[in-house]
Design a protein around this ligand. Structure first.
Ligand code: SAH
Length: 251
């Protein structure tokens, strides 16, 4: 069996119990070395084979998986955060399926929620935003025109931007046009949950300058929206006046 496992954002304790158990039993681990902490590999048994996929092509990864699978070995493909978001797992799954190789995917803690926890905020606030947009600015990988950052920003929903920090100039320009104002709060979280995590708080007006000053060019989440700063309504769920299935209110 091949298991695509989410390693979580960095802190090795943020993998699921299921993911850790699979790592402990694995005969081979292929990990995304550019973003996954190598400390996860310390939980593997002796003799486990390790491959850093940062140095491999898709075909080489699949070849290693297939060899191991045919020998009846347990393989963990360790991806950063949650494997279903910018994990490039679909292309691996499709090739495995064509070869008749069994696989499963195990969820992980994505860096977008880890980054929001790092700043002690909640994406979804009553009367502020009830929607989270996960996206990125186009780079070498294109983004469909309808999903252009400016268009998405026009919704004024809470946003988490992956893979975009290098392009902070263009990100800010597009967001300003989309939101139609400059005072929108922004938090840049570099290496959320790692020991060298950094948090930069600002607005669309000053965040670019702050990010450049800190020299952050990779591995960061850009969180955007009024959920970061400003007023919100109390939740109905915990309102003493409000009854629901599990609790009767005062009225
Ligand atoms: N599957 C991953 C995302 C992989 S794409 C997940 O669910 O988090 C890689 C991008 O994720 C990086 O460019 C960065 O934007 C973000 N990222 C990954 N780990 C991060 C971390 N610990 N802190 C902040 N951003 C992170």
């Amino acid at each position: 069996m091949i298991s695509f496992v989410g390693a979580g954002p960095g802190d090795v304790d943020l993998i699921t119990i299921k993911g850790r158990r699979l790592l402990e039993k694995a005969d081979m681990v292929i990990y995304a070395g550019s973003l996954v902490s190598e400390r996860h590999l310390e939980f593997c048994k002796e003799g486990c084979q390790f491959y850093n996929s940062a140095k491999m092509t898709l075909e080489e990864v699949i070849e290693k998986m297939e060899d191991a699978y045919r020998k009846g070995l347990q393989v963990v493909r360790l991806h950063t955060g949650d494997p279903t978001i910018y994990g490039a797992i679909r292309e691996q799954m499709d090739l495995l399926e064509r070869k008749g190789i069994d696989f499963q995917a195990i969820s992980g803690v994505s860096s977008f929620t880890a980054a929001c926890s790092a700043i002690n905020r909640e994406f979804t606030l009553p009367e502020v935003s009830q929607t989270v947009i996960l996206t990125r600015i186009e780079g070498r990988t294109g983004v469909p025109e309808e999903e252009d950052l400016e268009k998405l920003a026009a919704h004024r929903a809470s946003m988490a931007l992956f893979l975009s920090i290098k392009e902070i100039d263009r990100v800010v320009e597009k967001l300003k046009r989309g939101y139609g104002r400059e005072d929108v709060p922004v938090a840049v979280v570099y290496k959320a949950t790692w020991e060298d995590e950094k948090i930069i708080m600002g607005t669309l007006k000053d965040i670019r300058h702050k990010v450049e000053k800190e020299g952050i060019t990779k591995m960061a989440q850009i969180l955007v929206g009024d959920f970061i700063d400003g007023d919100y309504e109390r939740s109905k769920l915990y309102d003493p006046q409000f009854s629901h299935e599990y609790r009767s209110g005062n009225r």
